[in-house]
Design a protein around this ligand. Sequence first.
Ligand code: HEM
Length: 146
Amino acid sequence: MGFTQQQEALVNSSWESFKQNPSYSVFFYTIILEKAPAAKGMFSFLKDSAGVVDSPKLQAHAEQVFGMVRDSAIQLQATGEVVLKNGSLGAIHIQKGVVDPHFVVVKEALLKTIKEASEDKWSEELSIAWEVAYDGLAAAIKKAMS
Ligand code: HEM
C-alpha cells in the first residue's frame, strides 16, 4: 500500500503545530548536536555560538527541512515518489561534508521534534508517516549526492 491520504493529513497537521512555535527549531538542532556534536561546525548559524542559539537563519533552515518533508508526504501520496525540486541540494550537502550517518541523526531529531510539537495528538502512525516521508526525501538527496 502506498502513502495514504490519512498519512498525508497526519503529517500536515503536525507540520502546522511545528510551525506555530519557534522553540521547536531550537529543540531540533539541540537533539542533532546531542547525537552528533561534531556537526556543529558544519552549520554557518551554529558554528560560532556556544550551544544552540536561536536566529532567523536557524529558523529558516529548520522550516525548510520540515517543510520539505511535508512536501514529500504530499508527493508520495500523489505520485508514489519524491522528486527533488532544488537541483543544487546534492552539491550543497557534499560541500558541507554530510555523510550517510548524518541522515539517521537528522531523522531521529526530526521525529523527536514532531513528538514534542504534536503533544497529545502524537501517535505511532503519525511518527511512521513522518518517517516514511523523510526516508523518501533523504533517498532523493542521497541519490543527488552520488
Ligand atoms: C543546507 C535541506 C539533511 C546539513 C540545507 C538546505 C536545505 C537543506 C534546503 C539549504 C540549501 C541552500 O542553502 O540552498 C535538507 C533536508 C534534509 C537535509 C530536507 C533531509 C531530508 C541534512 C543532513 C545534514 C545537513 C543529514 C547533516 C547533519 C546541512 C548543512 C547545510 C544544509 C550543514 C548548510 C547550512 C548553512 O550553514 O547555512 N539542507 N538537509 N542536511 N544542510 Fe541539509
